[in-house]
Write a protein that binds this ligand. Structure first.
Ligand code: ZN
Length: 115
């Protein structure tokens, strides 16, 4: 029964919040109604001064860590690619620079002897 399989991933909490959790998920994720998805996307991508317009992958990771909706991946990709605040002109250069910096940091061997 397909409907039974789908419904077993969802649970309505006593707080009235619908959550989604598959067996491989460590934590349940809050199901976000369509009317609130833009706020979630803005917060994860660049609505906060501490979030510097990450790319599609990082934004998807950030959103899907705590939230769920069926078209989440598609919506994140569309939101990031249509971000007019910053991403269209500056972000590709900054993201490339950030990726190179992360690679360089990852290549630094960890010290096994304490300082
Ligand atoms: Zn952006």
């Amino acid at each position: 029964m397909v409907l039974g399989v789908i419904l077993r991933y969802f649970a309505l909490g006593t707080d009235g919040v619908l959550r989604y959790q598959r067996s491989e998920d460590a934590e349940p994720r809050v199901c976000v109604p369509a009317a609130c998805r833009r706020q979630v996307l803005e917060a994860a991508h660049g609505g906060d001064v501490l979030v510097g317009h990450p790319g599609v992958t990082r934004t998807t990771t950030a959103v899907s860590r705590h939230y769920y909706w069926k078209s989440l991946h598609k919506d994140v990709a569309h939101f990031v690619r249509s971000c007019e605040n910053w991403c269209r002109e500056l972000a590709p250069d900054m993201q490339a620079w950030s990726a190179r910096l992360e690679e360089e940091i990852d290549s630094i061997p960890e010290r096994s002897v304490p300082y």
